[in-house]
Write a protein that binds this ligand. Structure first.
Ligand SMILES: Nc1nc2c(ncn2[C@@H]2O[C@H](COP(=O)(O)OP(=O)(O)O)[C@@H](O)[C@H]2O)c(=O)[nH]1
Ligand SMILES: [Mg+2]
Length: 555
């Protein structure tokens, strides 16, 4: 009944594996997908995962740093799996305690774990006991998929992880620059002629979102102290936790009070409640059974784990390097197409204009496709931007050619059609980039969501950016889940185009309530490509993960 069972170390060494009789397909793909999209991305709050036709369940053993994964056909409801995976874990630990205690990859490699017989015995016991119980009754709500909402299912269907990991590099020393040069791109570009002046500008052209603290206390250390004070005050509720030092392995109960506080703290910072719970759950799973070092407290261990998880979530798993991708498209003599979507009034058009400015500053030409054919004034708003941008970069300085043009067909027309014409026009006229503005739509408006999905399915943009306000709390989850769902439902292909990245706007208005950044990246697994910090063309930044985490952790 099982397709496979595998036991591997957190370092990636496979200690033992089992393949079900008659199963010919390799399970490397599903297990790698699990590692990539769940374990590496700190989404371990939920212990199941699906990949193609397979269901995977896993368990972390934090003491010995092991991962136990079982895979079986999705159509089967195997009621015994959770208990079985526990039993296997216990037996394996028992048998190989000594070997596992000698840490180090080489030691593990040198051991042979002959676990076949034990495993078979456990499996037949589990299968027998489930037969004895007879067919499973109706599942309760908690057991059903519904109780787990669609958030997970969205994440799990995404094949996502195309590129290499990119470290969240930041440049604290970024200089202030001249009037129009601004911004940090995910990665500095290769110089591209002298037009590319932002990148050649003294080497330090990057500008991070700097989350400065009003009290002059923006350092991660400052944040730590603050949090320490909040979660671990000298006496009171948490005073007693200070006693827990050395060689004790953490239990859920030890952590519960701290986790509760953490959760409330995150919610107060505007992290969606659902996500805050999942994060705390994942921290608990990560720490349960871990032996604490001497002189560490539960509060500081949990806090550190949470902080690590938050940084991990915010750091891009996938390379989004627009300038480089535009150059690549250029070399293929086609325009690079970006579609902006989101609900009403979040800042799609304004940030589209800022991004146009940034692209122009980097030497590219831009065609803006006015596909918000719905809201009065939407086309004129873009025309104003186009004029302003052309006056900042007059055609005389660009070989007589306007650097930005507007492609519009007025109101009431089919947006997908206009986008298509605009892309064809850009190809003919050799524009480097097409930015497609779309009408705002509420995530619950099915016809409009279908229309958006169609626009994307038909035009196949290179990048789909979701524009969302940093002001949102729980609403962020709903918006993103439903936008992604609509794109998946109407994709007309088996590899649906979902949201590839996020533009987080109005960051200047939220003080230190930066939780939306976490909610949005957690749900989509996609990076925040741009952060909007005001209403001028210069108010565009990239996200500095550590600064955001430090703001989040601050009391
Ligand atoms: N403070 C602030 N306001 C912004 C930002 N981005 C957009 N806005 C404002 O939000 C409002 C709606 O923007 P608009 O681009 O028309 O939104 P759209 O409906 O999504 O296209 C405008 O008044 C913008 O000036 C930002 O980063 N910070
Ligand atoms: Mg608009």
């Amino acid at each position: 009944m099982l397709d496979f069972f595998t036991i591997f170390s957190k370092g990636g060494i496979v200690l033992w594996c089992f393949q079900g009789a008659g199963v010919t397909e390799s399970f490397t793909g599903p297990v790698n997908a699990l590692i990539r999209s769940v374990i590496l991305q700190e989404r371990s709050g939920n212990s199941s995962f699906s990949h193609g036709g397979l269901s995977l369940k896993y368990k972390l053993d934090n003491e010995f740093e092991l991962i136990f994964v079982v895979g079986f056909q999705k159509i089967l409801t195997l009621t015994y799996v959770d208990k079985f995976i526990n039993d296997v874990q216990l037996r394996f630990r028992d048998r190989y305690k000594n070997e596992l205690e000698q840490k180090g990859a080489l030691k593990l490699l040198n051991n042979s774990f002959e676990f076949e017989n034990d495993f078979k015995v456990l499996l037949s016991v589990a299968e027998e006991s489930s037969k004895a119980r007879g067919p499973a009754g109706m599942r309760t709500f908690e057991q059903s998929g519904k109780s787990q909402k669609t958030v997970k299912s969205m994440i799990e269907t995404k094949g996502g992880d195309k590129g290499k990991e990119q470290g969240g590099k930041k440049n604290k020393n970024a200089k202030k620059e001249g009037k129009h040069s601004f911004f940090k791109s995910p990665k500095p570009q290769k110089p591209k002629g002298k037009q590319n002046r932002v990148w050649n500008n003294g080497g330090s052209s990057t500008r991070d979102l700097d989350y400065s603290d009003k009290n002059g206390n923006g350092s991660p250390n400052g944040a730590e102290q603050n949090l320490e004070a909040q979660f671990d005050p000298g006496g009171g509720l948490f005073g007693m936790l200070k006693g827990l030092v050395g060689s004790k392995s953490l239990t859920r109960e030890d952590m519960e009070p701290v986790l509760e506080k953490m959760k409330d703290h995150l919610i107060a910072k505007n992290v969606a409640a659902d996500i805050a719970s999942q994060l705390c759950d994942s921290v608990a799973k990560k720490l349960e059974g871990k032996v604490m070092g001497t002189f560490t407290t539960v509060a500081s261990t949990v806090k550190q784990a949470l902080q690590d998880s938050l940084v991990q979530i915010l750091q891009p798993k996938r390379r989004v390097d627009i300038l480089r991708d535009v150059m690549e498209a250029q070399s293929q003599r086609r325009p690079f197409v970006i579609t902006f979507c989101g609900v009403n009034g979040v800042g799609k058009s304004t940030n589209l204009a800022k991004i146009s400015f940034w692209l122009i500053e980097n030497g590219f030409t831009v065609l803006i496709a006015a596909c918000d054919t719905f809201r009065a004034g939407a086309v004129e708003q873009l025309r104003t931007h186009q004029r302003r941008l052309n006056s900042l970069h007059p055609p005389e300085k660009h070989g007589g050619r306007p650097v930005v043009q507007l492609y519009e067909k007025g109101y009431g027309k089919d947006a997908a059609g206009i986008a298509m014409e605009a892309i064809a026009y850009a190809r003919n006229q050799a524009f480097d980039v097409v930015l497609v503005d779309t009408a705002g739509r509420m995530q619950d408006n099915a016809p409009l969501m279908t229309a958006l999905a169609k626009l994307i399915a038909v035009n196949m943009p290179d990048l789909v950016l979701f524009v969302g306000e940093a002001l949102v709390g729980n609403e962020a989850v709903d918006q993103l889940v439903k936008f992604n769902q609509a794109l998946a439902d109407h994709s007309m292909s088996d590899k649906p185009r979902l949201i590839d990245g996020i533009v987080l706007t109005k960051f200047d208005t939220i003080d230190d309530k930066v939780g939306a950044a976490i909610s949005m990246t957690y749900i989509t697994g996609q990076p925040i490509v741009f952060v909007g910090t005001g209403q001028t063309y210069n108010d565009l930044r990239s996200l500095n993960a550590r600064a955001v985490v430090s703001a989040l952790m601050k009391a």
